[in-house]
Design a protein around this ligand. Structure first.
Ligand code: SAH
Ligand code: SF4
Length: 346
């Protein structure tokens, strides 16, 4: 019998599934707890299910969507990069970073990406397919099993464009946030987008509670279109107009991400323009010095980075400035460095 995937189903879907197999709705809640709260993928360990249900479930359904293929450890920090294989032999990567009392997991939402940002290794590998909600959640469940430290933060900043896989991403975030699921606070879940305008609109109008990060990465349309081609359709102004509708509060501010690329977007005028955009919102500006991916781009020197940050600090009224010195550079686990192109090669 071909087994169906069960991981990723929400409580309503599990309830239907249980009813269809003549088990009560109460059993669905138990399954939900085992799968998401406890991260158990082996039905035999779900020891409060009746044995007929246990047999039925393990015969008919698959509870695990990913296999760990490889783990790399950074030598300089407590960062691990995990390579996963899917059932159809695709490869994705996730990163687990421990810093003081924070354990942040950076997860993928697609196999590859077709947004084609010129500075990003995932963009260079092309697009294969969307990940299911179960595959998104299993990255976290598998990492939870690898580390003793509980996961405190999840960022959708791995491979792929989360807003081009909107439904599965939002469904997974809901399970992460649900007190009966993984019980992570809404401010501990961040979804990052390159600027898919219709989905930003939808996200804001639905009042999704998770943190939103926008990869702005340039301050003129000419430069932005040159490095993020979708900017031709959805310009900086269109994005900023939409972001103005976001209901920021003290705990939940939009994050504007800005990858600093030498000679491309690193002038003091860029810093001034970035500051004036940021001052129109209550937000955080996150400057990410470029991480090498072996193409034509490079990171500005330290003096330029510091001057850029200095201008941001000087102009700061409604925003905060943060610099993200990415972790795991030695194992290609830093922002923009995730790629499984070498594994997908025939
Ligand atoms: N697709 C989403 C999320 C994944 S990328 C997005 O683009 O927002 C996560 C962050 O890494 C983005 O802000 C992106 O601009 C940044 N990034 C991509 N390539 C990078 C690189 N080589 N160096 C530093 N940051 C990079
Ligand atoms: Fe895709 Fe984000 Fe990389 Fe752009 S930066 S190619 S949207 S993963």
């Amino acid at each position: 019998m071909v087994q169906k995937q069960i991981k990723g189903l929400d409580l309503d879907e599990l309830t239907l599934l249980c009813k269809g197999n003549n088990f009560s709705a109460f059993r669905a809640r138990q399954l939900y707890h085992w799968m998401y709260r406890h991260g158990v993928s082996d039905v035999k360990q779900m020891d409060n299910l009746p044995s007929d249900m246990s047999t039925c479930m393990s015969n008919q359904y698959q509870f695990k969507t990913l296999e760990i293929e490889n783990i790399q450890h950074s030598t300089s920090e407590d960062t691990k990069k995990i390579l996963f294989k899917t059932h159809d032999e695709k490869f994705i990567e996730s990163v687990s970073m421990i810093d003081k009392n924070l354990h942040t997991v950076c997860i993928s939402s697609q196999v590859g990406c077709n947004v084609d940002c010129k500075f990003c290794a995932t963009g260079l590998m092309g697009f294969s397919r969307n990940l299911s909600c179960g595959e998104i959640i299993d990255q976290i469940i598998e990492i939870r099993g690898l580390r003793e430290e509980p996961i405190t933060n999840v960022v959708y900043m791995g491979m792929g464009e989360p807003f081009l896989n909107y439904n599965e991403v939002i469904k997974s975030a809901k399970i992460l946030h649900d007190p009966h699921g993984m019980n992570l606070g809404r401010n501990r879940i961040t979804i990052s987008t390159s600027g898919i305008l219709p989905k930003i609109k939808q996200y804001i109008s639905e009042g999704q509670p998770y943190k939103l990060a926008i990869s702005l990465n340039a301050t003129t349309d000419e430069t932005r279109t040159g490095i993020i081609p979708i900017n031709k359709k959805w310009t900086i102004e269109m994005i900023m107009k939409e972001l103005a509708k976001y209901p920021s509060d003290k705990k939940n501010r939009i994050m504007l991400e800005y990858v600093l690329l030498k000679g491309v977007n690193d002038t003091m005028q860029d810093a001034e323009r970035l500051a004036s955009y940021a001052n129109t919102l209550r937000c955080k500006v996150n400057v990410i010095p470029f991480n090498d991916i072996g193409n034509e781009f490079s990171r500005p020197d330290e003096q330029t980075i510091n001057r850029f940050i200095g201008v941001l600090h000087k102009n700061q009224r409604h925003y905060q400035t943060l610099v993200r010195w990415s972790k795991g550079v030695d194992i290609d686990a830093a922002c923009g460095q995730l790629s499984t192109a070498r594994h997908d090669a025939p």
